[in-house]
Write a protein that binds this ligand. Structure first.
Ligand SMILES: Cc1ncc(COP(=O)(O)O)c(C=O)c1O
Length: 383
C-alpha cells in the first residue's frame, strides 16, 4: 500500500513549518531565514537511523538516486554494470547516462537477479552490480555478496520497491555498498517525487553529495559562491517540502509494512489452495515489504485471463502482466544502446517466467470482500 493512501495532518504540519516558518525551499544555506529548520537534513538523519545505514543523501527521484550512486563509484566510460532483466527501465537508463555499459541478465524464481547467471556474466570490465529487490521481495543477497566480494565488484541495491523490507534481519539497501530508494507516488512511502541514496563508505557519500550538487563541497570555510570543488556534477537536490513530507511518511513506514504484510498473508491464505498457482519464491531469510503479491500460473494465456477477471472485479494488477514491456529488458528496443546487444535472445528464460506472472497490488484498504473477490477472480480464470 503506497504511503499516499495515508497522507494526512502529519504531512500537512511538516509542510506548514516550511511554508509558515522557514520559508526556505533550498536544503542548505539561508541560515538567516530558516529559523533552524532543515527538513531534508533531518529526513536523511532519521532515514539513516531507521534502516541502520551510515550515511544518507536525499535526491529528487529513485532514478536520480541510481545515477548519483553510480557517480560515486568513479567509473570509466564503457565499464560494465550488471543488472537484472526484470526491473524498471530507470535502472538501465541510469547506467547509460553514466556512460557505462548495461549488462542485463536472467532472473531466477525470486524474479530477481540470478546468482548463477551473475557468476557467468562477470568479465574483467565488470565494475558494479545493481541488484533490484523487485516489487518487495529481496534477491538472494548472501550469494550475490559472496560473488561480488571475491571479484571486488561494488553492489548497488535498487530498493525502489522494498523500502522497509529486510534480508537476514538487515534492512534492504544496507547490505551492499550503496542502496537507492524511490519515494515516487506509487511507493511504500512517498514525497511526491523523491529518492534516497545510502552508503557504507564516507568517501563515496561525500563524492555523491558533491556530485548531486554540481560538485559543491559545501565547504564551511567559504561562502557558496566561492565553494571548493573536485568533481563535475549535476543537480539532483531534494527540496525542503519533499523533506518535510518524507519525515511524516517515514514515521508511518513500520505501520505500512506491517499492514502490507498482513494483507499479503490474508490474500495468499485465501487463494493458496487454488490449483495451478505458485507463489513467487523467497526464503525464510526474507522479511518482504509486500508491495505486491505475485503468483505464477501455467501460461501467458492464463496470466492474461487472471488480469481480465481481476479487472471485472475492479481489481487491477501491478506491473505484471500489463506493464511488463516497461519492466523487462528484452523489450527495450527503443533504447539505442541496448538494441545492438540483442537482449531478447539471451533473456528468453526470464521472459518465460515473467509472462506467467500475475502481480496483485496490496492496499491496506482492502476489505474482506475485496480479498474474496480476488479469490473468485483467480478461481474463475483458472477454471
Ligand atoms: C526498480 C525501480 N528502480 C528505480 C525506479 C525509479 O524511481 P523514480 O520513479 O522515483 O524515479 C523505479 C520506479 O518505479 C523502479 O521501479
Amino acid at each position: 500500500m503506497p504511503g499516499y493512501e495515508l497522507i494526512n495532518k502529519e504531512e500537512y504540519l511538516e509542510c506548514k513549518d516550511v511554508l509558515k516558518k522557514s520559508k526556505t525551499f533550498f536544503r542548505m544555506g539561508f541560515g538567516h531565514l530558516r529559523k533552524g529548520i532543515y527538513k531534508v537534513e533531518l529526513f536523511e538523519k532519521k532515514f539513516s537511523e531507521h534502516i541502520n545505514s551510515k550515511y544518507a543523501l536525499g535526491v529528487t527521484s529513485g532514478t536520480a538516486a541510481l545515477r548519483v550512486a553510480i557517480a560515486s563509484l568513479n567509473l570509466k566510460p564503457g565499464d560494465e554494470i550488471i543488472t537484472q532483466a526484470f526491473t524498471f527501465v530507470a535502472t538501465v537508463e541510469a547506467i547509460i547516462e553514466a556512460k557505462c555499459k548495461p549488462v542485463c541478465i536472467n532472473i531466477d524464481d525470486t524474479l530477481n537477479l540470478d546468482p548463477n547467471e551473475l557468476k557467468k556474466k562477470i568479465t574483467r570490465n565488470t565494475k558494479a552490480v545493481i541488484v533490484v529487490h523487485m516489487l518487495g521481495v529481496p534477491a538472494k543477497m548472501d550469494e550475490i555478496v559472496k560473488i561480488c566480494k571475491n571479484k571486488k565488484i561494488k553492489i548497488i541495491e535498487d530498493t525502489a520497491w522494498g523500502c522497509g523490507g529486510k534480508y537476514n534481519k538487515k534492512f534492504l539497501g544496507t547490505i551492499g555498498d550503496i542502496g537507492t530508494f524511490s519515494f515516487d507516488h506509487a511507493k511504500a512511502i512517498t514525497t511526491g517525487e523523491g529518492g534516497m541514496v545510502v552508503f557504507k563508505s564516507k568517501r563515496m557519500f561525500l563524492a555523491a553529495k558533491a556530485w548531486h550538487d554540481h560538485g559543491h563541497e559545501n565547504n564551511p570555510k567559504f561562502p557558496r559562491w566561492e565553494d571548493t570543488r573536485k568533481s563535475s556534477g549535476f543537480n539532483f537536490r531534494m527540496n525542503e517540502l519533499q523533506g518535510a513530507i518524507g519525515l511524516a511518511q517515514l514515521r508511518k513506514l513500520d505501520y505500512i509494512i506491517k499492514s502490507q504484510r498482513k494483507v499479503y498473508s490474508s490474500i495468499w491464505n485465501s487463494i493458496k489452495k487454488i490449483k495451478g498457482i505458485k507463489l513467487r519464491e523467497y526464503s525464510n531469510k526474507c522479511y518482504i515489504s509486500a508491495d505486491a503479491l505475485i503468483i505464477i500460473v501455467k501460461s501467458k494465456k492464463l496470466s492474461l485471463k487472471c488480469r481480465e477477471l481481476l479487472l471485472k472485479y475492479n481489481i487491477s494488477t501491478k506491473i505484471l502482466p500489463e506493464a511488463y514491456t516497461w519492466h523487462f529488458a528484452g523489450k527495450w528496443s527503443h533504447i539505442q544502446e541496448l538494441r545492438k546487444l540483442k537482449l531478447s535472445k539471451n533473456l528468453k528464460k526470464s521472459e518465460k517466467k515473467l509472462s506467467r506472472a500475475v502481480s496483485i497490488p496490496i492496499s491496506i484498504r482492502f476489505t474482506k470482500k475485496k480479498i474474496l473477490d480476488i479469490k473468485k477472480a483467480i478461481q474463475k480464470a483458472l477454471n
